[in-house]
Design a protein around this ligand. Structure first.
Ligand code: NDP
Ligand code: 2IT
Length: 448
């Protein structure tokens, strides 16, 4: 049989050849594949059955036109995507992203990551992702609704609680999910709740789903630090972004006594020497959907650095919660030099390969996205459970389930890394644990 490293290299070369120009997808595939050599040595059946080759090819990819009219009556055309990557463990599950940077490559990287993330949750969900290059910024409520309705008018035929279950991501929150669900219900004439997650409480959504990714991230971080006998209490933190994930990560950090010095949006960052005031942040971002620069109009000790690089701020803990490749090698060096001891990824693939290398060499605690930000999708699966049983659970019960799931993901990653002789390496631990679970299910299901 071909040696494991050679096989991995050739699979990766094939991914690059068959998916030209899809740099984000290449990056995500490379990171997982390069972790797997010891697994292929231990389980030759994965190689014999071409599991790597099958995993890198999505089961189905849908690309469609989204025509819609803006408030002036002008016709706009966007592109919609849904990549149904792998359904070995359950229906395709993963968010929808509305952002001008969305491309097939971005959706494929996110869908690929989602396969392993969802496997780590231990819940019955496969991996998928979708979205559009639609830019929601500056759009009216009516424009957002019309766009969502047009998007769903095409996408609905591929969805269903046993087939594919989308949720939110960048640019898609409860408001958009509700519009999407409304249109799905209207077209199909079925109140099939578990077809979308992240719905509002009035429309069979789950308590805690809004908070879940941010809270889950901090539960994972806390467990990682406690494993090193470090307490989060009083540690200074920097959180990039100021959207759904960032806001609720900040909230949970506050609950645990940490101090968040700065957060950002694509305009720049704000620094508050008294610690970021959560009520002000929520008012700006969730209240009137404003820009982060407004923060200094509410808190006079804070300053705003337009186009500033948030990673230049000294902190003990860094939580990237905005977007992919937002921490490069130089940023990572700056963080380490300034005394950072832990990084946990709220965003998907926020650290470049060079940044991960710097963190590894500095031996800091590093929680990779597919483990650390799995709380969102895990709570989506809990929403599906509630919908299936036509029930709704209390905040406390759902939050406890989330915490248990995040601690269990931590432990699975930690112990897999230990088993394969790379103790403390959560990147490889997560990749290996997620991969073994999906690969085993694929083997058992036969050649499909
Ligand atoms: P939101 O749309 O709520 O917020 C995104 C935040 O990131 C905003 O502050 C936005 O700033 C900033 N941002 C987005 N793109 C860029 C960019 N290209 N450059 C600089 N800043 C940017 O999204 P979420 O909080 O839901 O998602 C954030 C990250 O978390 C994403 O990587 C997402 O994939 C990941 N994630 C989300 C989950 C969820 O449940 N929502 C679950 C797991 C991961 P601006 O407003 O200026 O664009
Ligand atoms: O990246 C992610 O895990 C999400 N955007 C959440 C997906 C989901 O189905 O809740």
């Amino acid at each position: 049989m071909v040696p494991a490293n050679e096989l991995i290299d050739s699979v990766y070369q094939e991914v690059v050849r068959r998916n030209p120009g899809e740099s984000e997808f290449h990056q995500a595939a490379c990171e997982v594949l390069m972790s797997l050599a010891p697994v292929l040595v231990k389980y030759p059946e994965f190689t014999e059955n071409k599991i790597l080759e099958r995993l890198c090819e999505p089961e189905r990819q849908v690309i469609f036109r989204v025509p819609w009219q803006d408030d002036k009556g002008t016709i706009n055309i966007n592109r919609g995507f849904r990549v149904e990557f792998n359904s070995a463990l359950g229906p395709y599950k993963g968010g929808l992203r509305f952002h001008p940077s969305v491309s097939l490559s971005v959706v494929k990287f996110l869908g690929f990551e989602q396969i392993f993330k969802n496997a780590l949750t231990g819940l019955p969900i496969g991996g998928g992702k979708g979205g559009s290059d639609f830019d929601p910024k500056g759009r009216s409520e009516n424009e957002i609704m019309r766009f969502c309705q047009s998007f769903m008018t095409e996408l609905y035929r591929f969805l269903g609680e046993y087939t594919d279950v989308p949720a939110g991501d960048i640019g898609v929150g409860t408001r958009e999910i509700n519009y999407l669900f409304g249109q799905y219900k209207r077209i199909t004439n079925r109140y099939e709740s578990a077809t979308l997650t992240g719905k509002s409480l009035h429309t069979t959504g789950s308590l805690v789903r809004t908070e879940a990714t941010g809270y889950g991230l901090v539960y994972f971080l806390d467990k990682m630090l406690r494993t090193k006998k470090i307490s989060l209490d009083s540690l200074t933190c920097t959180v990039s972004g100021s959207g759904n994930v960032a806001i609720f990560a900040i909230e949970k950090l506050h609950h645990l006594g940490a101090k968040v010095m700065a957060c950002s949006d694509s305009d720049g960052y704000v620094y508050d020497k008294n610690g970021i005031d959560l009520e002000t942040l929520k008012e700006i971002k969730l209240g009137y959907r404003g820009r982060i620069g407004d923060y200094i109009n509410h808190r006079k000790d804070a300053y705003f650095k337009e186009h500033g690089n948030i990673w230049e701020i000294p902190c003990k803990v860094a939580l990237p919660c905005a977007t992919q490749n937002e921490i490069n090698g130089k940023d990572a060096q700056m963080l380490v030099k300034n005394g950072c001891i832990a990084v946990a990824e709220g965003a998907n693939m926020p650290s470049t390969p060079e940044a991960i290398k710097v963190f590894k060499e500095a031996n800091i605690a590093f929680g990779p996205a597919k483990a650390a930000n799995a709380g969102g999708v895990a709570t989506s699966a809990l929403e599906m459970q509630q919908n299936a049983s036509r029930d709704s659970w209390s905040f406390e019960y759902t939050n406890n389930r989330l915490k248990e799931i995040m601690e269990s993901i931590h432990d699975v990653c930690y112990s897999k890394a230990e088993e394969f002789g790379i103790k403390g390496d959560y990147v490889q631990g997560a990749n290996i644990a997620g991969f073994i679970k999906v690969a085993s299910a694929m083997l058992e299901l036969g050649l499909i």
